[in-house]
Structure formats: structure tokens, C-alpha cells
Design a protein around this ligand. Structure first.
Ligand SMILES: Cc1ncc(COP(=O)(O)O)c(C=O)c1O
Length: 399
């Protein structure tokens, strides 16, 4: 054992603890739901998960996952092209293509893997990536792995985007292309990317558009088909990516949905596709059921919208000033990371599980409590949570 090596990490951990920025893992003893049993805290109201439609413990999704497990066993024990493709993968991908209004789709074990697997292939040497500064970390890492040049524009700033697209045109190779990447819903702000303007600029500067709709799929749009549906741009986005680990079942998994040409190219050469195992069949089966539920029953989406409004208005009535937005994410900026972590601990002591986010997830000084609505929440759950928010806000002197 190299003691010096391990000591270095212990010291770094200790420094985080002293700064009040240490993140404590909370262990649930039962399923993710509107109320979940938490080790050491008893039953807590969950306002912190991405379980937007309440499907992570939905009986049909759980039953479908069981059926997938029974039919296909524990996993593929292989990558897709060797012998790791089950029929359920194709069914899931057809349903994902249908939801995204694209020719084809390809599943990955997570959206992290989808973004980091697809971006380096879709934008290579001679190409230019143009990316929003607040894009998700998986997009940032995908860009880091790419050999393309990169231009980062200020968050949803269309004048800056245009300037960066002009620069991109100047440096792209003669046969190079421009890939403009944005989150559909920004996970820490809860705001929607201005897709109509983005698409118009992309057309003007001949760029392809990639949208990561992880927080929008199953949440945004009249039928939950995400930001393209919301803005009337279905079929107009070159590449969609998203997760199955949030509204769409909540287990795990991600996807790229695009033209047949792009999906075939990723199947052939995207590194996670050819060097890593496929999505477990039980997870694929659960996600497929979640997608079918979304397509056939809009009541969960309606409930999610009602609950989002109830929580947002309730927080405002208490005196909080959450960031405005049309998604199910309701962030309350509190300043210092340690303050956000302390506030979250106080809420937990009152039976409400809501995480405080600070540096490095968000810039220093903009730490926040991120409230997330779910269709699973009852009025009673939300009232209990709002009461706790009022108590803690007064206790900390911010109300
Ligand atoms: C915008 C965005 N993209 C990608 C991911 C990663 O998704 P997954 O958990 O499937 O890797 C997330 C999750 O936080 C996200 O918010």
C-alpha cells in the first residue's frame, strides 16, 4: 500500500468536511416514491428525485421489469454486436424513436454513456462543437473526448451563440461540420433552451443541432415528448439524447434518437456500444413500459403539472423566490454551498428530503436547494413539505 497516496485523499476529504461541503449519502430502505423510508430518518417526503411521473415504483413498470428479468435473465454478458442484443432492446429503441419522432434510436446504459459515446464520434477533427456553458457534465466530458474544435456560448444567449457560430464557420475544415449542443431543460436552473431561436441560427450557419432532453422527456410538451414537442419542432432536431433514469421509469439507461444513418454509425463505432455491455433486459423492459404508459395515459403528466404549480406557488407564498421556469425543477438560490447543505439537513430533520447543490455542481456563490415535483406526490405530502420549508426558512433567517 502506498500510504502517502491514500493520505492525500483523506486530507482532501477532511478539508471538504471542515468547509461544510461534504455530501452525505442517504440510504433508502425501500423504493423511490413520494414518501420513502430512509435509514436513520424514517419515512421522508421526497422532493429530490427525478421520478417526475412517479413511475419508479409504478406497479406496471415494476411488473414489466420482473417479466424482463424472468424472460431474459440477469443480463447480456456481452456487448451488443457480439451477442448482447435482446429483442427487448429493439422494442425499446422503436418506442424511443416513436417518442422522439426520429427514424431510429439506440439505447445506452445511461445518458452519460450516450453523450460521452456519441459526441466524440459525431464531431471529430475538422468539425466544431458549439455548446451552451451550462450544458450537463456528460456533454462537457463528451466534448473533452472529441477531437473537434469547441466554442462555448453564454447560457441561452442568442447573440453570443450567433457570434460563436460565425467563429465556428471560419475554423471548420472544408469538409467539416458544426454540431450545436444544448440541454433541453437545464438541470440546475430548470429553464428551457430557446429551441426555436437555436434552430433558426443553426439553419443560418448550417449547423446540426443536438438536444439532451433528459429532464424534459416525459415532462415537457403536451404529450411529454420533450422540448421539441413543446416548441413545435418535432422531427427538426438532428440528434436527441436523453435518459431513462428520470421520468421514463427511473431505473437507468439512456438513448440517442436520430436519423437511421447516425444511429447505424453509432451502432458500428460508438465506443460504449462496441466495448461495453448492453442495457440489462429488466431495465429495458421497465423503461419500455414507462414509455407505453406515457403514450397511452396523460393523467400522470397532468398530475405532475398540477403538483409543480402547487409547490412553486406554495414556496412563493411562504416568501421564497424560486427561479422561474416551465419544467418540474424549482431551484431556490441560497448562496454558499455550506448554507445549502445545512438547509437540506434541517429539512431532512423535519422529514423532507431535498438536496442542496453547491460547488462544483453549480458556480460558487450560487448554491441552491433544488425542489423537484413528482406526479406521485399527494397534497398532504406537499403541505407537509411546505410547512417544513416555512419553519426552516424562518429558522435560518431567509424568510
Ligand atoms: C441533462 C442531463 N444529461 C445527462 C444526464 C445523465 O443521465 P444518466 O443518469 O442517464 O447518466 C443527466 C442526469 O443528471 C442530465 O441531467
Amino acid at each position: 500500500m502506498d500510504e502517502k497516496f491514500h493520505l492525500k485523499w483523506e486530507k482532501s476529504n477532511q478539508a471538504m468536511k471542515e468547509a461544510g461541503t461534504w455530501k452525505t449519502l442517504r440510504y433508502l430502505e425501500g423504493p423511490m416514491d413520494s414518501r420513502s423510508p430512509m435509514e436513520g430518518s424514517g419515512e421522508v417526503v421526497v422532493l429530490s428525485s427525478n421520478n417526475y411521473l412517479g413511475l419508479s415504483n409504478h406497479p406496471d413498470v415494476v411488473a414489466a421489469s420482473h417479466a424482463g428479468l424472468d424472460r431474459y435473465g440477469a443480463g447480456t454478458a456481452s456487448v451488443r454486436f457480439i451477442c448482447g442484443s435482446f429483442g427487448i432492446h429493439r422494442e425499446l429503441e422503436e418506442e424511443l424513436a416513436r417518442m422522439n419522432r426520429t427514424e431510429a434510436a439506440l439505447s445506452y446504459v445511461s445518458c452519460w454513456t450516450a453523450n460521452t459515446g456519441a459526441i466524440p464520434l459525431l464531431a471529430d477533427k475538422g468539425d466544431v462543437i458549439v455548446s451552451d456553458e451550462l450544458n450537463h457534465a456528460s456533454i462537457i466530458d463528451g466534448i473533452r473526448m472529441s477531437k473537434a474544435a469547441r466554442k462555448i456560448y453564454k447560457h441561452s444567449d442568442m447573440a453570443d451563440l450567433e457570434a460563436k457560430l460565425k467563429e465556428a464557420r471560419e475554423i471548420q475544415a472544408a469538409d467539416g461540420s458544426i454540431l450545436l449542443i444544448t440541454d433541453g431543460v437545464f438541470s440546475m436552473e430548470g429553464d428551457l433552451a430557446p429551441l426555436p431561436d437555436i434552430v433558426a441560427l443553426a439553419r443560418k450557419y448550417k449547423a446540426a443541432v443536438m438536444v439532451d432532453d433528459s429532464h424534459a422527456a416525459g415532462v415537457v410538451g403536451a404529450n411529454g415528448r420533450g422540448t421539441p414537442e413543446h416548441f413545435g419542432l418535432e422531427g427538426e432536431i438532428d440528434v436527441m439524447s436523453g435518459t431513462l433514469g428520470k421520468a421514463l421509469g427511473g431505473a437507468a439507461g439512456g438513448y440517442i434518437a436520430s436519423s437511421r444513418g447516425v444511429v447505424d454509425a453509432l451502432t458500428q463505432a460508438s465506443r460504449p456500444q462496441i466495448f461495453s455491455n448492453a442495457l440489462p433486459a429488466s431495465v429495458a423492459a421497465g423503461a419500455l413500459e414507462a414509455l407505453r404508459l406515457l403514450r397511452t395515459d396523460l393523467s400522470l403528466l397532468t398530475r405532475l403539472r398540477e403538483n409543480t404549480t402547487y409547490l412553486r406557488e406554495g414556496l412563493k407564498a411562504l416568501g421564497f423566490r424560486p427561479l422561474e421556469g416551465e419544467s418540474a425543477i424549482i431551484p431556490i438560490i441560497v448562496g454558499a454551498t455550506s448554507f445549502a447543505i445545512d438547509m437540506s439537513a434541517r429539512l431532512l430533520a423535519r422529514g423532507v428530503f431535498v438536496t442542496g447543490f453547491g460547488f462544483p455542481v453549480v458556480p460558487e456563490g450560487t448554491a441552491r436547494i433544488r425542489v423537484q415535483a413528482s406526479a406521485a406526490l399527494s397534497r398532504e405530502d406537499m403541505d407537509r413539505a411546505l410547512e417544513a420549508f416555512g419553519d426552516v426558512g424562518r429558522e435560518l433567517g431567509i424568510l
